[in-house]
Design a binder for this molecule. Structure first.
Ligand code: IPE
Ligand code: IPE
Ligand code: MG
Ligand code: MG
Ligand code: MG
Length: 300
């Protein structure tokens, strides 16, 4: 497989910049009272994230033929939820990491208690942003309610939080299947909600929403398998987080279970399934096709 990572990287960069300008509008300013929490929220969000989830919201919308403020705000809300999850993930009680996206983690700069509150505030603010979407002209309230339910479910105890709980409590990890469930929840759930959000808001038909759901699940697996590989052999100056965090925390990962080569093969299989699930789409899904391949070649 040959993949032009440079030209795809450039496209990603443009999309990332656009998302960041939307996030800047949506997030409370640094001097908003009390400034400490708003500075910490911005610190946790504006720090070199790849913005994959918001990009997926926009792509789902594009496939459903919708763009503009409504999808952009939902994209921001999901990135805020993702950023909160990273702030908490890095805390001493969880992965105890000092570096995130190339900078000291939120708790290293603002202290542990403030970092907990920063995560809480980002999660809460995300739903406030989504509520604002309901006030925009032309937004279908029933579709929006479905999106809200979807995002809440993906972020909650049967989604991302469920995955984090599995990750931190090794009794869940005795069987191979459980590792897949962990990844589907911890990482896949939010990708799934992202891609579905734009598609649902744009009124895509159910069969196509299901196809995108399948893509996102397998994308999440490929992405997290690569995350596990990068935790072993990544370049810390590129990935912006410490290498060896999983080993330090005695995590069962795709690399501990299958070895580096086994994990690479599994990631490739997942990408194949991603591509298969897009077969009913035309050129409008080309970016998602490339994004799936990118998940194998990414270095950060
Ligand atoms: C990191 O996600 C956490 C995982 C779910 C693997 P990303 O790799 O998307 O992190 P950022 O947003 O680009 O920093
Ligand atoms: C974090 O997974 C996933 C969530 C925050 C939901 P990891 O612990 O593997 O992520 P990194 O490696 O710290 O980015
Ligand atoms: Mg973790
Ligand atoms: Mg971690
Ligand atoms: Mg990891």
């Amino acid at each position: 497989m040959s993949f032009d990572i440079e030209s795809f990287g450039l496209k990603m960069q443009q999309k990332k910049q656009f998302i960041e300008s939307c996030l800047d509008t949506v997030l409370s300013k640094d001097d908003c009272f009390p400034p400490l929490i708003h500075q910490a929220m911005r610190y946790a969000v504006f720090n070199g994230g790849k913005r994959l989830r918001p990009i997926m919201v926009l792509e789902g919308g594009k496939i459903a033929g919708v763009d503009g403020e409504a999808v952009e705000m939902i994209a921001c809300a999901i990135e805020m939820i993702h950023s909160y999850s990273l702030v908490h993930d890095d805390l001493p009680a969880m992965d105890d990491d000092d570096l995130r996206r190339g900078k000291p983690t939120c708790h290293k700069v603002f202290g542990e208690a403030n970092a907990i509150l920063t995560g809480d505030a980002l999660l809460t603010a995300a739903f406030q942003v989504i509520a604002e979407v309901g006030k925009l002209p032309g937004v279908d309230a029933v579709r929006l309610l479905r999106v809200i339910g979807d995002i809440a479910c993906a972020a909650g105890s049967e989604g991302m939080i469920g995955g984090q709980v599995m990750d931190l409590n090794s009794e869940y990890l005795n069987e191979e299947q459980h590792l897949e469930t962990l990844h589907l929840l911890k990482t896949g759930a939010l990708f799934k909600a992202s891609l579905r959000a734009g598609a649902i808001l744009g009124g895509l038909d159910e069969a196509d929403i299901l196809a995108l759901t399948k893509y996102a699940n397998h994308f999440g697996l490929a992405f997290q398998i690569t995350d596990d590989i990068l935790d072993v052999n990544g370049d810390p100056s590129l990935i912006g987080k410490p290498v060896g965090s999983d080993e330090k925390n005695l995590k069962v990962t795709y690399t501990t279970r299958f070895g580096l080569n086994g994990a690479r093969k599994l990631a490739q299989q997942e990408v194949k399934t991603c591509l298969q699930s897009l077969e009913s789409f035309g050129k409008e899904a080309d970016f998602l096709r490339k994004l799936a391949e990118f998940s194998l070649y990414r270095t950060n």
